[in-house]
Design a binder for this molecule. Structure first.
Ligand code: LLP
Length: 417
C-alpha cells in the first residue's frame, strides 16, 4: 500500500489540518484536493538532492496546470516545461518567470513560437529539422534570437506503459543522435538561433534509475562530440519521467539518482534542467467521491460513485492503479467491489476488485491523483468537472470552482433559420 497524504485523527480523516468530511460538506463531491505541503516537500527534496549542481527544475505544466499550483512552484523558484501556447499563458497568469520556461512538443505552431519568442523563454526543445527552420525564420522576422536545445531520442527502453514511453526510436519524439549532430551543425550557422543545450525525455512513471543513466550516457557522448566540433552547451535537460509509488512500486530515490548522474558527469560541467511533473504533484492530490449506489451483479459487486472516467481517466486509459480509501465511518465487514462511475462505458472504472467495507453515501478518497488527474479530465456524458481545492495547513483555497451546466454550452449555439 502506498503512503498517503491523508491521515486518521480521532476517527476522522484529515488532509494537512483539515478534516475531509468538512470539505465534503462545504464543497460537495467529486472534488480534487491538493496538499501544498506535499508539493513543496517533493520540490525541495528533488532540488536538494542536486544541490551540488547548477540546476533548474522546470515543472511539467501538463501534469497539473492549475494556476494556483503553478504559483506555489513559481514561488519556490521553479521554471516550467510547456507544450503549448496555452501552457505559456498559464505560467504568465501564475506569475511564473518566462525566462525559466522550456518549450517541448513536436507540433509548435507559428503563433506559439512567436508568443514564446516575445516572452524570451529559456529554450525551445526542438523536435525536428522543419521546426528548427521555422523557429529561425520567425525569430529573424521578429528581430529576435531563439535559444534552442535539440531533443534527442536516445532509443532507450524506459520500461513503462507503452502509451507513456517516449524515448524509443519508434516514438514520434525528438531525433536520433546522428541527426541531432547534423542539426546542431545547421543551427550553428543560423543567425537567429543560439544553441543553449541538449534535451531528452524518455517517458513517464519510470521507477528505475537505469533508463535515465542509459539515456544520459548516450547524451554525454554526443555532447563530447559536439565539444570537439566547437559547439559548446550551457545545459543538459534530462526531461521528466520520475515515477511515484501508486501501488507496490519502490520509491524512486532522488539521492541515488543524483549520485548516479554525478558519476556519469565526471568532470563535465553544465547546468542540469529537469522537467518533472508527476514526482512533484502526483502524491499531493486526492479525489473525493461519494458512493451513490451499491449494486450486486451476478458475479461482481459494484460501488457506483459520483466520480467517473471523465474526472480521472488514468484507470480507464492505462489500467492504472490508484489506492482507494473509505474515509467515512464504516463497519468491519469487507467485500470485494469494482468501483465504477456513472458514465456509459464498460471501461468507466476507478478501481477493480477492491476489498472495502462500504455503504451508500460513504466518501471514498482516490489517492495519488495530483498529476494527470484534473489535467486529463473531460466533460464526457455532459458531466461538469469537479472543483479543485488547495489546502495549506488549516487554510482551504478554492482554486477552481465546480463547473455548472452553462459552462458546458457556453460556446454552442442553435443553427439560425
Ligand atoms: N517533459 C516532457 C517533454 C513530457 O512529455 C512529459 C510528460 C514530462 C516532461 C513530464 O513527465 P513526468 O515527470 O510527469 O513523468 N498522462 C500520463 C503521463 C503522460 C506524460 C506525458 N509527458 C499518465 O497519466 O501517466
Amino acid at each position: 500500500m502506498t503512503e498517503s497524504i491523508i491521515h486518521l485523527k480521532e476517527n476522522n480523516y484529515y488532509i494537512e489540518d483539515v478534516p475531509l468530511d468538512k470539505l465534503c460538506q462545504s464543497f460537495g463531491t467529486p472534488s480534487y484536493i491538493y496538499s501544498k505541503k506535499s508539493i513543496v516537500d517533493s520540490f525541495n527534496k528533488l532540488d536538494k538532492a542536486f544541490n551540488n549542481y547548477e540546476r533548474l527544475i522546470c515543472f511539467a505544466v501538463k501534469a497539473n496546470p492549475n494556476i494556483a499550483i503553478l504559483n506555489v512552484l513559481a514561488n519556490l523558484g521553479a521554471g516550467f516545461d510547456i507544450v503549448s501556447g496555452g501552457e505559456l499563458k498559464r505560467v504568465i497568469a501564475a506569475k511564473g518567470d518566462t525566462k525559466k520556461v522550456v518549450f517541448s512538443g513536436i507540433g509548435k505552431s507559428i503563433d506559439e513560437i512567436s508568443l514564446a519568442l516575445k516572452h524570451e523563454i529559456l529554450a525551445f526543445n526542438v523536435e525536428s529539422e522543419a521546426e528548427l527552420y521555422r523557429i529561425q525564420d520567425i525569430a529573424k522576422s521578429m528581430g529576435k534570437t531563439a535559444n534552442i536545445s535539440i531533443r534527442v531520442n536516445p532509443d532507450v527502453d524506459a520500461k513503462t506503459h507503452p502509451y507513456i514511453s517516449t524515448g524509443l526510436k519508434d516514438n514520434k519524439f525528438g531525433v536520433d543522435e546522428k541527426k541531432a549532430i547534423d542539426l546542431y551543425k545547421v543551427a550553428k550557422e543560423m543567425d537567429s538561433i543560439i544553441i543553449k543545450g541538449v534535451d531528452c525525455h524518455i517517458g513517464s512513471q519510470i521507477t528505475e534509475i537505469g533508463p535515465f543513466t542509459d539515456a544520459i550516457s548516450k547524451l554525454l557522448k554526443m555532447i563530447d562530440t559536439l565539444t570537439l566540433m566547437g559547439i559548446d552547451i550551457d545545459h543538459l535537460d534530462i526531461g521528466g519521467g520520475i515515477g511515484i509509488n501508486y501501488d507496490d512500486e519502490k520509491i524512486f530515490n532522488f539521492d541515488e539518482y543524483a549520485s548516479a548522474i554525478s558519476r556519469l558527469f565526471a568532470k563535465r560541467k553544465f547546468k542540469i534542467i529537469f522537467e518533472p511533473g508527476r514526482a512533484i504533484v502526483g502524491k499531493a492530490g486526492i479525489l473525493l467521491s461519494k458512493i451513490e449506489y451499491i449494486k450486486k451483479g451476478q458475479s461482481k459487486n459494484f460501488a457506483v460513485i459520483d466520480a467517473a472516467m471523465n474526472d480521472l481517466m488514468r484507470p480507464s486509459l492505462y489500467n492504472a492503479h490508484h489506492e482507494i480509501v473509505n474515509t467515512s465511518n464504516c463497519n468491519e465487514k469487507k467485500d470485494t467491489y469494482d468501483i465504477v462511475g456513472p458514465v456509459c462505458e464498460t471501461g468507466d472504472f476507478l478501481g477493480k476488485n477492491r476489498k472495502l467495507s462500504i455503504s451508500p453515501n460513504n466518501i471514498l478518497a482516490i489517492l495519488d491523483v495530483g498529476a494527470y488527474g484534473m489535467s486529463m479530465s473531460s466533460n464526457y456524458n455532459s458531466r461538469t468537472r469537479p472543483t479543485e481545492l488547495l489546502i495549506d495547513g488549516n487554510k482551504v483555497f478554492e482554486i477552481k470552482k465546480r463547473e455548472v451546466f452553462d459552462d458546458l454550452i457556453r460556446y454552442e449555439s442553435l443553427p439560425s433559420v
